[in-house]
Structures are given as structure tokens and as C-alpha cells.
Design a protein around this ligand. Structure first.
Ligand code: FAD
Length: 334
């Protein structure tokens, strides 16, 4: 680390500018952390030359830390089908390599659609934004026996369930381990810090990224490769770093509430036999998604709000008590 004068203020310069490529990744959610992890292990990039910049004072305070952790190989539209199966395969390889069951609760999981009363099958590709359910997306051929329904699920009269993912086809993943594996390989985490501008050489090539910590201190990180992996904040980071660009990134925020509960009917003994993902579709347009996970916990989500504005920082998000109360009611019902 060296300190240089910069327009009257003192700016620290991260070491490494004369030592080959330097990669700056903005945003340390699962996408940024996974990118750092695979690049560090690629054999063609020194891990110490990879810089992850994360703005939120709490790590994984947005989607990657609140997600259900459910992944599947083959529920994707044509355009993303190959990426979906690649992602699923990589999740499995990671778990095999690093004992994912112990370290982040990776487990096989049986996915079941569970429907009360008659529901319409959606034909829209954008079922999530429209408040739909994967139970509807997955198909209409519901059967009325209890096969596949987990022991912890309370089923009302007339409810129907169907297994929509086989035992080998569904997995649960938590993302924090990827960041830990990256930093222990040598990747540098700048946290909390935000990028404020890029510097370029005479040819217009990016040479460094300026970052700022909440106390106002600045640092210049050498940069020959820049990745913006800031989830829903990606468009605003892009505009900050490239203010004159006319490019508009088509990324929209979609806020979602979730709750983690315990049940005496979901025990360590049962979880060793495999977890469950339940996709329900209730009367009234609510589509809860309920996942039993390793650690004797059950995750309940499915209440989304596309109207909520994106907060400045992930930690600025406000919890809506009424939505959490609704998820609690749904948890008790099921
Ligand atoms: C309730 C819920 C449940 C979900 N369940 C599932 C599921 O079961 N399965 C599944 O596959 N997907 C699920 N998802 C979707 C999944 O969580 C996201 O697709 C994924 O986490 C996105 O990761 P990301 O790294 O792109 O974004 P994020 O996790 O949002 O990470 C972006 C990071 O960038 C940081 N950042 C923002 N601005 C800046 C800045 N200026 N400078 C530096 N850093 C910045 C943020 O603080 C954040 O840490 C769910 C999402 C939600 C909300």
C-alpha cells in the first residue's frame, strides 16, 4: 500500500499496479463472490490482484443473504436453460469439493407443488414479477395423494400435491462460504466502501477505480478488468462510474419478504433424509414458497413488492410489519 498526493487530498493506492492485470468486482453478493472465487482458482489470475468492493456495512444484507437457497437444473426458459444447468452443476461440484452439507447446508431437496382449491395455470414467463407461483409454472397435473408431502406440512382437505423435482434434481445452497473461500485464497475485500469514479489512460482504457469508505477516506485500486455485480444496484453503480454513457441496463429491483421458523415436526433426523421445497398457490393470489433446510429451520417467502423503492444501502431496507405478520400467518397455517 502506498500513499500518493491527489488533488490536495491523500489517496491510498493498492499494491499490484505493476504486477499484471488487476480485477475490481463491485458488489459482494453471491455473483461477485462466486466470480472472485472462480477467477482466483482459474490459474491465470493472482488472487491478490482481485478486489471485491462491497458497500453495505453488513455483508449479505440483500438478496444473497435472504434467499431461500433453492436451486434447480431444469426449470428455465430456453434463453437461460444452459446457464441454469451449468449453475446447478457448479453448485453440486462446490458442495462435493468443500463438504457443502456441513459448511453451508447443501442438501438434496424434493420439490413439491401444493395447491388448495382450483388455481389457474400461468402461461406467462414473468410469473415471479406478477406474483405467481412455481406451483403454477411447473404444470397442471396435480395428483391427490400425499406422496411427497413432508411430515412438517399441514395439509387441508382437498389439497393436492405433486413432486415436481426428483430427489437428485433440487439443491439448497448458502452463499457466504464462497466469500470466505475467496478471501482465504488471497482475494482482497474492501468493505464497507463504494466506487466513486474510474480513471483512464490517454487511450481511454480503465487504469484504476477510486473507492470511498463511509468516513470519507479514498483509495485508488489498480484496475484493468472491471465487473459490476451489484444486483439491483448495478444500474446506479454503472451510472456513477460512466456518467456520460447512454447505455441503460435493464435490471429492475423486486423486493421480497422472508421469515425463518422452527417446527417440532422438522428435526435433524428428518433433515438427514433430505429437505423439501413446497411451492403453494393460495386463494387470494398469494404464492408462498416454503423450504425446509439443514439446521432444523423452515424458510417461508413469496410475498414480493415491485413498488418498494431501492434503498441507498441494503441495510437501509425497512421491514414491513404487516408483511411479516402475513408470512407468520401462512407459516402457522402450513
Ligand atoms: C426473498 C428472496 C428469495 C429468493 N430465493 C431464491 C431461491 O430460492 N433460489 C434462487 O436461485 N434465487 C433466489 N432469490 C434470488 C437470488 O437471491 C438473487 O438472484 C441473487 O442473490 C442475486 O445475487 P447478486 O449477487 O446479483 O445480488 P445481491 O445479493 O443483491 O448482491 C449485490 C451486492 O452489491 C452491493 N452493492 C450495492 N451497491 C453497491 C455499490 N455502490 N458499491 C459496492 N457494492 C454495492 C450490495 O450491498 C450487495 O451486497 C431470492 C431472492 C429473494 C429476494
Amino acid at each position: 500500500m502506498a500513499a500518493v498526493a491527489n488533488g490536495g487530498s491523500t489517496t491510498a493506492v493498492a499494491k499490484g499496479s505493476s504486477e499484471g492485470p488487476s480485477t475490481v468486482i463491485i458488489g459482494a453478493g453471491i455473483i461477485g463472490s462466486a466470480t472472485a472465487y472462480y477467477l482466483a482458482g482459474s490459474g491465470n489470475t493472482r488472487p491478490e490482484s482481485i478486489h471485491l468492493v462491497e458497500a453495505s456495512p453488513e455483508l449479505f444484507a440483500s438478496a444473497s443473504g435472504k434467499a431461500g437457497g433453492f436451486c434447480v437444473s431444469d426449470w428455465f426458459e430456453t434463453a437461460t436453460a444452459s446457464l441454469g444447468s451449468l449453475s446447478f452443476r457448479l453448485h453440486k461440484e462446490l458442495a462435493d469439493r468443500h463438504d457443502g452439507f456441513t459448511n453451508w447446508g447443501y442438501s438434496r431437496s424434493t420439490a413439491t407443488s401444493f395447491v388448495e382449491g382450483r388455481q389457474l395455470h400461468t402461461t406467462s414467463d414473468d410469473w415471479l414479477a406478477e406474483g405467481g407461483s412455481r406451483a403454477q409454472q411447473a404444470g397442471e397435473h396435480f395428483i391427490s395423494d400425499a406422496d411427497g408431502a413432508p411430515a412438517w406440512l399441514t395439509r387441508g382437505r382437498g389439497s393436492r400435491s405433486e413432486i415436481i423435482g426428483d430427489e437428485g434434481g433440487v439443491a439448497q445452497v448458502l452463499s457466504q462460504s464462497l466469500l470466505r473461500l475467496s478471501t482465504s485464497a488471497g482475494v482482497k475485500l474492501h468493505h464497507p466502501a463504494k466506487p466513486t469514479k474510474i480513471d483512464t489512460d490517454e487511450a481511454g482504457n480503465i487504469t484504476s477505480v477510486q473507492i470511498q469508505t463511509p468516513d470519507g477516506a479514498t483509495q485508488s485500486i489498480p484496475c484493468t478488468r472491471l465487473l459490476i455485480t451489484a444486483g439491483a444496484w448495478t444500474p446506479s453503480v454503472f451510472t456513477t462510474l460512466f456518467p456520460s454513457s447512454k447505455l441503460r441496463l435493464g435490471i429492475q429491483p423486486l423486493a421480497g419478504y422472508s421469515l425463518v421458523v422452527k417446527s417440532p415436526r422438522w428435526t435433524r433426523e428428518l433433515e438427514s433424509k433430505g429437505c423439501h421445497a413446497i411451492f403453494t398457490s393460495m386463494q387470494g393470489g398469494i404464492s408462498p414458497e416454503i423450504f425446509s433446510r439443514v439446521g432444523e429451520e423452515i424458510y417461508v417467502a413469496g410475498l414480493n413488492d415491485a413498488q418498494l423503492p431501492l434503498p441507498e444501502l441494503a441495510t437501509d431496507a425497512k421491514v414491513d410489519a404487516a408483511s411479516i405478520a402475513e408470512l407468520r400467518r401462512i407459516s402457522e397455517k402450513f
